[in-house]
Design a protein around this ligand. Structure first.
Ligand SMILES: Nc1nc2c(ncn2[C@@H]2O[C@H](COP(=O)(O)OP(=O)(O)OP(=O)(O)O)[C@@H](O)[C@H]2O)c(=O)[nH]1
Ligand SMILES: [Mg+2]
Length: 403
């Protein structure tokens, strides 16, 4: 699904770019009176990491405070200033830190004469680059088509002039000459293909379920260190990397417990604030399997400046998936990086978490330095021993083992 078009050079800019080195301008707006949990700066920092991870070079980050959003998303003066910047700095891609309406996107592309993406398209693109398994690819394709559908009014045709790259992989390019009916048909087909893959996976699961092992799932904000912890706890070698959404497909390994027992440990896709709805919907089946876990290990990056906001975003999604009341352990990871300066942030997160759930088990660890792992295993064992296991819904089951 990563077809790339041999795009022409962007019309705007000085042409000092290739498709593999997109030059991105990031724009965020704070709208007066609209309460956002994340500050503009924190959100833009994250957007910058996402853009870099998608392969772009961030040329500039611009912000604006507005009374209300405009048909161009930003104000007139700012638009003109940005138009000049796009031209002078050879920007090839403008990325907005919100979900744009199709009209805003089209207006901005006309104004800048370069490709314009929103946060959602950027995240979809990263998912498209990372998806490995058949199910993962089908899920991303479904989300991309659903994102595309309301935006199809021939607006993709002008992307011909804007080159390929981020946000144009996937369905966009092949829809230039087609219409919405074809996309709808494709969505229907993708849904039934996904159904088929899931049926097969369910059979696979059933055979594992009969072994009756308790299941433990790693969850948390993207880049918190879930896969590093999976590797440290199970001596495996799954991909862990300093980039968002390194893991997409669930993967399960055997976890040994201190008293000699065993459990199945599953690592899965990370969360992010403003996770696109189309992706939540497409990955719902994967995520809902968390319902079948006996214990959730919520891995938090104790060193992240936005640690508490990240924590809250994860809890919101757990709520949405109806698994927030599962037995949970808060794993404060990356403690090797927490010095006296960072300890304030980390303290605030613990206070916040304990305030919401008094008595929550909080285990400080460093997955990278393999510190605190014995304490964590002991805490998992304790939770499993006290978790009621016989009230599980027999119709649901744990995620499939992927190698
Ligand atoms: N200093 C330090 N770095 C860590 C620790 N644990 C993980 N990391 C680093 O954090 C980055 C992300 O780690 P991953 O294990 O890939 O994180 P993840 O939660 O699986 O991320 P996604 O799969 O992308 O959602 C990597 O660069 C790790 O090396 C830790 O305890 N200390
Ligand atoms: Mg991972």
């Amino acid at each position: 699904m990563s077809k790339r078009r041999n795009g022409a050079r962007p019309e705007g800019g000085n042409g000092a770019t290739t498709r593999s080195g997109e030059r991105a301008l990031l724009i965020g707006a704070a709208v007066k009176g609209r309460a956002e949990a994340w500050s503009l700066e924190e959100s833009l920092q994250e957007l910058s990491a996402l853009a870099t991870s998608a392969g772009a070079t961030v040329i500039a980050v611009e912000r604006q405070r507005l009374d209300r959003l405009t048909p161009h998303y930003i104000g007139k003066g700012k638009l003109e200033e940005m138009r000049r910047l796009v031209h002078d700095a050879g920007v090839t891609t403008v990325i907005l830190d919100h979900e744009l309406t199709p009209t805003q996107q089209r207006n901005l592309e006309e104004a800048f004469a370069v490709k314009v993406l929103d946060r959602t398209a950027l995240i979809l693109d990263i998912f498209a680059q990372r998806a490995q398994s058949m199910e993962g690819r089908l899920q991303v394709a479904l989300a991309q088509h659903e994102y595309l559908l309301p935006r199809m009014r021939g607006q993709w045709s002008h992307l011909e002039r804007l080159g390929g790259g981020i946000g144009t992989r996937g369905p966009g390019e092949s829809q230039l000459e087609t219409d919405r009916r074809l996309v709808r048909n494709r969505i229907t087909r993708l849904r039934s293909q996904l159904e088929e893959v899931r049926r097969r996976r369910a059979q696979h699961r059933e055979s594992r379920r009969s072994k009756g092992l308790p299941t433990v799932s790693l969850i948390g904000y993207t880049n918190a260190g879930k896969s590093t912890l999976m590797n440290a706890l199970t001596r495996s070698d799954v991909l862990a990397a300093d980039k968002p959404f390194a893991t997409l497909d669930p993967i399960t390994r055997m976890l040994r417990l201190p008293a000699g027992g065993q459990a199945l440990l599953t690592d899965t896709v990370g969360f992010i604030q403003k996770l696109p709805h189309s992706l939540v919907a497409a990955f719902r089946a994967t995520l809902e399997e968390l319902r079948d876990s006996d214990v959730l290990l919520h891995v938090a990056d104790a060193h992240a400046s936005a640690a508490t906001l990240q924590y809250r975003s994860v809890i919101e999604l757990l709520d949405e998936l109806a698994v927030a009341d599962k037995p949970r352990i808060l794993v404060m990871n990356k403690m090797d990086l927490v010095d006296s300066e960072a300890s304030e942030t980390h303290r605030r997160l613990i206070d916040h978490a304990l305030n919401a759930v008094p008595g929550l088990a909080v285990i400080p660890i460093s997955a990278a330095a393999r510190r605190g792992l014995d304490e964590l295993r002991a805490a998992v064992e304790l939770q499993i021993a006290s978790a009621p296991r016989d009230d599980r819904d027999p119709a649901s089951s744990s995620p499939a083992m992927t190698a």
